[in-house]
Write a protein that binds this ligand. Structure first.
Ligand code: FAD
Length: 405
């Protein structure tokens, strides 16, 4: 039984690493395996997260990913890395990394294991697939398969090889859910001054869709000329992009001082203003927020920068606290599609078996990783999905192989 995996990315490597005992070939258009894997986690590979919840995953079918994630959990992945010889560590946020803090060490160890089970063919772009005849048509050769595992990734970071070509080849044969980009940055209606450009704060970012609070994240927020980026933005990103895709108008609110309650902050500023009445209002704020943002905060609160602390009115105080706790940005569009970290959408899960990752339309066709309509939030959830889905598919195919012998 000849098994071919299309794609030597995270999911393809994971599949091959699990797939002992198969007659297995992995094909990729790149000249080496795991190109995108090298870029993950800023080159450090945030491979899973100690905090697990289904809420970190998005799909048109919110039940689809549960079985595979339960079958191979975050703890299983950590154990598996240890078994392979990759020591791991984690941050207080729950994000897990190799102890080397190097994505290359993960790639190298995974590739070593995968090569024990599979033959690899590189520099072979697949340009067509005949699902009826079981034929992969590459730029150089044709390959006859009995089982095909599609692990061609999504549409992000195209120069890593995941250019969406598999979607184009198969869209007439296997339905695809609408695709967009997640874990990325956004253009906003409100723009801050030049002085604020590139300014990074640690704050709480809350996402509102149709006026309702959906999710929040307390982490880095970076103000750019186009709008917003930073880890807190990435944390909310998939929900923001899905809302944009649905034609909704998401907005985010920045709380610059999440450790202060509204009243407490008002009292704090009043106390400082009373203690230093001859200081400018901006000078009162110097120890509370990044100096580069003070001009914008005052402007939004419609408070004159030349105002002395002693002249601050009740209205000024209320507005100031409001802006410091809830500066609102209306999201207009995705800013950077090319460098987004995950695709939203993909091969529709309606036509894929959630236990085995097998196609419900074509016999002997399987899916692994980002190519399906499943996306994880920022924090290691996508590599986890690549492994969990690869484990589900490889277990099924291996048991079929045993039965066939
Ligand atoms: C910058 C960046 C940082 C990221 N950081 C993290 C992180 O820290 N943690 C996390 O969990 N996730 C992270 N992700 C997401 C994660 O990398 C992906 O979800 C994961 O790589 C998906 O694995 P995959 O195997 O499905 O696809 P890929 O890893 O993209 O692999 C697909 C492979 O298929 C090959 N291929 C595609 N089409 C063809 C074709 N026609 N012919 C031949 N070969 C083909 C490609 O060359 C590629 O090697 C990050 C993504 C990016 C872009």
């Amino acid at each position: 039984m000849k098994v071919f995996v299309l794609g030597a990315g995270v999911a393809g490597l994971a599949f091959a690493s699990f797939a002992e005992g198969l007659d297995l070939t992995v094909i990729d258009s790149n000249d080496f395996a795991g190109r995108k894997l090298l870029a993950t986690g800023n080159g450090r590979c945030n491979f899973t997260n100690k905090n697990f919840s289904y809420a970190y995953y998005q799909s048109s079918d919110p039940d689809f990913f549960k079985k595979a994630l339960d079958g191979f959990t975050n703890e299983d992945l950590i154990d598996y890395f240890h078994q392979l010889g990759i020591a791991t560590t984690s941050l207080p946020s729950g994000r897990c990394y190799p102890l080397t803090m190097s994505a290359k060490s993960v790639r190298d160890v995974l590739y070593l294991k995968a090569r024990e089970n599979a033959k690899f063919i590189f520099n072979e772009k697949i340009i067509d697939i005949d699902l009826d005849k079981g034929l992969l048509i590459g730029q150089n050769n044709k390959y006859k398969y009995d089982i095909l595992v599609l692990a061609g990734g999504g549409i992000t970071l195209k120069n890593s090889g995941s250019d969406g070509s598999i979607y184009k080849i198969l869209e007439k044969f296997h339905p695809i859910s609408k695709i967009s980009y997640g874990i990325t940055n956004y253009k906003t209606q409100e723009k801050l001054s030049k002085k604020a450009k590139g300014c990074k704060v640690s704050g709480k970012l809350s996402l509102y869709i149709d006026g309702r609070l959906r999710k929040d994240s307390t982490d880095d927020i970076i103000f750019q000329a186009y709008g917003l980026t930073g880890t807190a933005v990435f944390d909310l990103s998939n929900e923001i992009s899905l809302a944009l895709m649905a034609g909704k108008k998401p907005e985010v609110r920045v709380d610059f001082l999440p450790s202060y309650g509204q009243e407490e902050l008002g009292t704090k500023i009043k106390t400082l203003a009373g203690r230093y009445p001859q200081r400018l209002i901006g000078q009162i704020l110097l120890g509370l927020v990044n100096e580069r943002l003070i001009g914008d905060i005052l402007k939004k609160a419609r408070i004159d920068e030349s105002l002395f602390a002693k002249d601050l009115s009740e209205r000024d105080m209320d507005m100031l606290v409001k802006i410091l706790k809830q500066m609102t940005f209306h999201i207009r569009d995705i800013y950077d599609r090319q460098n987004a970290q995950v695709s939203l959408g993909g091969f529709s899960t309606k036509y894929i078996d959630k236990q085995t990752m097998a196609s419900k339309i074509y016999k002997n066709l399987y899916f692994c990783g980002e190519i399906m309509d499943v996306s994880g939030s920022c924090g290691g959830y996508n590599i986890q999905w690549a492994f969990s889905s690869a484990k589900a598919a490889s277990d099924t195919i291996r048991s079929m192989n045993v039965q066939n012998k």
